[in-house]
Design a protein around this ligand. Structure first.
Ligand code: B12
Length: 335
């Protein structure tokens, strides 16, 4: 059975590993690490048997998404959509793979439950236990073949399978490299895996609550998600799943982006993993990105946005206008 799973993974350019369904033992007390978007019951996060009492094994798969950008700089004012949010939503793609593996399990008389991202279990702990990779200083799991740019999905099954060799939590193969820690704009990462989600750009682009000026500053040009701590990682060098052909999907022209109506927004982003966050928050982020671009050409469309019915949009546009005006204030005005 394991061989069928590994063969499926190989045929579809996935990585796979299998671990037992015993309670997870993370290297730190996760009760002390509060993060958004997660199940609050600690036991649900750690104990697979609370989710599927008959579970004997957990199949963990990883799907690479690193993308090569071959774009030249132009004069447009552009924002950034993180690599993982380009193309068909990874939740859907990984789910399809897990369902195909589920067919193999059913054929062998077993039953299963599948999860991608939104399940309660800590997926990075599962990935380490299933031997997929070690946890880098950027907190992400780094796999030999895919680097860190891969998404994780998992399946609980009542079939007893042969387990892979787990990755030792002490195996931190970053050694003295700290590029991700230094590159993080919000200083969200630090040695010893102390991750402050509050200043992680990825989190800020998803945060619904009103942003402070400092937070808007940290976001730079990001419209959704952030790749900085992965882009600088030597383990990702040269490991690409594909090349992005359409610059406007990866680096959207901000003026166009904020001009999309609901229908156009759905048509362009409806199938991506950024869509769930909604047009209002992503438009807010694009307006912030315009100010952070430092390009005064943005002032015209930003000033128009001060009339927007959306408070989020007006607030972000005002931040950006203030920022650009301050930058372009002629020196003789400062007398
Ligand atoms: C909430 C969440 C977020 C939040 C909070 C992230 C966080 N660090 O917790 C936000 C929105 C910020 C976020 C951002 C991103 N996320 Co996210 N996120 C999640 C989610 C849903 C839960 C994470 C979680 O449980 N956090 C809570 C605590 C327990 O985790 P933790 O703080 O990392 O704690 C660990 C470390 O501290 C570590 N640790 C502590 N001390 C020590 C000491 C040693 C020696 C070691 C080895 C480890 C260690 O152990 C703890 C347990 O693993 C998971 C999916 C899932 N269901 O698991 C995806 C997930 C972790 N995210 C993922 C991705 C891809 C991202 C982004 C790259 C997306 C993007 N492009 O913007 C960024 C990367 C940010 C980063 N550098 O971590 C992937 C990671 C894939 C991988 N290869 O590792 C996951 C698994 C989703 C998926 N299905 O693929 N994410």
């Amino acid at each position: 059975m394991e061989n069928l799973v590994y063969q499926y993974a190989k045929d579809h350019e996935l990585v796979a590993g299998i671990c037992d369904a015993k309670r997870l033992v993370p290297p730190v007390d996760i009760g002390k690490i509060a993060t958004p978007f997660t199940e609050s019951n600690k036991e649900m996060r750690l104990d697979p048997l609370r989710i599927m009492p008959s579970a004997k094994s957990i199949i963990v798969i990883g799907m690479g998404y690193n993308k090569k950008d071959n774009f030249r700089h132009d004069n447009e004012i552009r924002g950034i959509i993180s690599k993982g949010a380009i193309g068909l939503d990874y939740h859907k793609r990984l789910k399809e793979h897990l369902l195909a593996i589920g067919n193999l399990i059913e054929n062998a008389g077993g039953s299963y439950e599948i999860f991608v991202d939104t399940g309660p279990l800590i997926e990075r702990e599962l990935a380490k236990k299933a031997g997929i990779g070690f946890q880098g200083k950027n907190c992400l799991i780094i796999n030999e073949k895919l680097g860190s740019f891969f998404y994780i999905g998992h399946m609980l099954t009542d079939i007893g399978l042969k387990f892979s060799k787990p990755v030792n939590t002490e195996d931190i193969l970053c050694n003295t490299c700290d590029r991700c820690i230094k590159a993080c704009p919000g200083k969200a990462l630090s040695e010893g895996y102390k991750f402050s989600y509050e200043t992680c750009v990825s989190y800020l682009t998803q945060k619904k609550e009103k942003l402070t000026e400092k937070e808007m500053e940290i976001m730079g040009r990001s419209i959704y998600g952030c790749d900085i701590c992965q882009n600088v990682c030597p383990y990702n060098k040269g490991k690409y799943a594909e090349e992005i052909k359409d610059i406007d999907l990866r680096f959207p022209r901000i003026e166009n982006f904020i001009g999309l109506n609901n229908k156009e927004f759905k048509e362009t982003y409806g199938n991506t993993s950024a869509f769930w966050r909604g047009r209002s928050i992503l438009t807010r982020n694009a307006l912030i990105a315009a100010g952070n671009s430092g390009d005064e050409k943005a002032l015209e469309f930003l000033e128009n946005m001060l009339k927007s019915p959306s408070e989020n949009a007006r607030y972000a546009a005002q931040y950006s206008i203030n920022k650009l005006k301050l930058k372009y204030l002629p020196l003789n005005n400062c007398k």
